[in-house]
Design a protein around this ligand. Structure first.
Ligand code: MN
Ligand code: MN
Length: 466
């Protein structure tokens, strides 16, 4: 058969349709259902630790067993979960072929931009008690004043016991707030460039305004806050120093628009990929080993024991090879493996056309985004997927009717971004980036299309099954 196709004929153009035009009615219904599940997940996964905890609970319901690297592998168990410091996790479904055949990896990150605390956070100024935060990840500072915040985290007490702090999510609980200057007095700041209008040191979280009764005490409001913390949680300033406390937006995940087509929520970068990868992972009928690797610290450079650069993955693969008596080396296991790096990208925003290259940016509702490469300017720090691998994925998506589109972050000189794909690619694995396009990524409230959430889940599942 010769190629009889005309220029511009079907098959020559790279076309992507709106999911709502091309998906079956049944799948459109499934997209709505998946979004409901997703919102419930997000509501209980506001920090990296809560996300791992929620994943662990869901995995246990799917009969995964928690494995301790210091103990023997439980006998005859195919579905395993390894947890590192409560902040990263590796889920393994051993499949039927053994590790000698390599595996299919999905990797996503559980951390999102937020307000952490400085080492001595509590102070009083103008008879108001504040926590002084240190922002975590890439934020736009003007987003955070007057955004209702919840305090979420864990504290280790003097006896070594870890307790949870969870304030601000229930309707009858207090929230926390960073104040902003009234417009009447803001003329000087109004003339500053957006990025310089707010200094990080001006982002302070109001935590109390009532004093202790004793008028001789210095910093009476701060003292009252300390008394409250001690009474309710048995903690003082030493515990605040050692704790993992995060201030995150307190709003619940909600639908957006008359048609409820979008989900608005904090933390969708990258928990939309955590959720969809997890759902695909649970449902996939795979013959090769499947590995879902959930990492922390992506937003701050992937450094540390729970980040993508950690040796935790080597700990787990090495353990499995030994416990299962496999003959393959860890290096060859990597070489024979394939990975999808599941992370979000920016969706085209008609309000900010100038930032995007309209032919190359992903669009809301056009399905899961395959990103051939990311990086900065002249492809700096770029992990680029190999042509054969992208072809393999696209063929699978055509065959299984996964709605997909191409994507690329923005104009070359506008900035750029990276994902954790490179850390697996450096291990000589075939890797491609694939995820959901968001509007206002990294804002306290991000938007994702229900069409894309569903398509990501389906895409990840199809990848694992092949
Ligand atoms: Mn991300
Ligand atoms: Mn991010």
């Amino acid at each position: 058969m010769g190629n009889k196709k005309k220029i511009g004929g079907k098959g020559l153009l790279l076309e992507s349709g709106l999911f709502w035009d091309v998906a079956s009615k049944d799948e459109q219904g499934q997209a709505e259902k998946t979004a409901e599940e997703y919102k419930k997940f997000l509501d209980k996964a506001r920090t990296e630790k809560q996300t791992i905890q929620r994943v662990k609970e869901l995995a246990e319901k799917e009969s995964f067993v928690v494995v301790d690297l210091d103990k023997k592998l439980p006998k005859d168990k195919n579905k395993l979960i390894f947890v590192n410091r409560g902040k990263s996790a590796i889920l393994v479904d051993l499949g039927k072929e053994g590790l000698g055949a390599g595996g299919n990896f999905l990797i996503a990150h559980v951390d999102s931009p937020r307000m952490d605390l400085k080492v001595r956070p509590l102070y009083e100024d103008g008879e108001i008690a504040y926590f002084k935060p240190n922002y975590y990840g890439g934020i736009k500072k003007y987003h955070w004043p007057v955004t209702p915040l919840a305090m979420q985290g864990t504290v280790v007490l003097k006896d070594g016991q870890e307790i949870e702090i969870d304030i601000g999510l229930k309707d009858d609980e207090p929230i926390f707030l960073i104040s902003d200057l009234l417009p009447h007095l803001d003329s000087e700041r109004n003339d500053k460039p957006l990025g310089k209008a707010i200094d990080a040191e001006e982002l302070n979280i109001i935590v109390g305004t009532k004093p202790v009764a004793d008028k001789k005490v210095k910093d009476r409001v701060k003292s009252a806050v300390l008394e409250w913390l001690n009474k309710n949680y048995k903690i003082g300033e030493e515990e605040l120093f050692t704790a993992d406390i995060r201030f995150v937006p307190a709003q619940k995940p909600r639908d957006v628009g008359f048609d409820r087509g979008l989900v608005a929520s904090y933390g969708q970068d990258d928990r939309v990929c955590v959720f969809t990868a997890l759902k695909g992972f649970f449902e996939a009928r795979n013959s090769r080993a499947s590995i879902l690797y959930l990492v922390d610290k992506e937003e701050t450079g992937s450094v540390g024991a729970t980040g993508a650069e950690s040796m935790f993955l080597e700990n787990v693969i090495d353990y499995l090879i030994k416990e299962l008596g496999e003959m393959i080396s860890i290096y060859n296991f990597y070489r024979k493996s394939k990975a999808v790096s599941a992370d979000v990208t920016g969706a085209y925003d008609p309000d900010y056309k100038q930032a995007y290259d309209p032919n190359n940016v992903a669009r809301l509702g056009h399905g899961v985004v395959i990103e051939k490469y990311l990086g900065y300017r002249g492809k700096s720090y770029t992990m680029e997927a190999e042509p054969f691998f992208i072809r393999e994925i696209i063929n699978l998506f055509h065959k299984n009717k996964v709605v997909w589109q191409t994507g690329h972050l923005g104009k070359a000189d506008a900035g750029g971004g990276g994902t954790i794909a490179g850390y697996l690619s450096n291990r000589n694995m075939e890797v491609v980036d694939m995820g959901v396009a968001l509007l206002n990524m990294h804002a306290p409230c991000e938007l994702a299309s229900k069409a894309d959430i569903y398509s990501a889940y389906k895409g990840y599942k199809v990848f694992l099954e092949n």
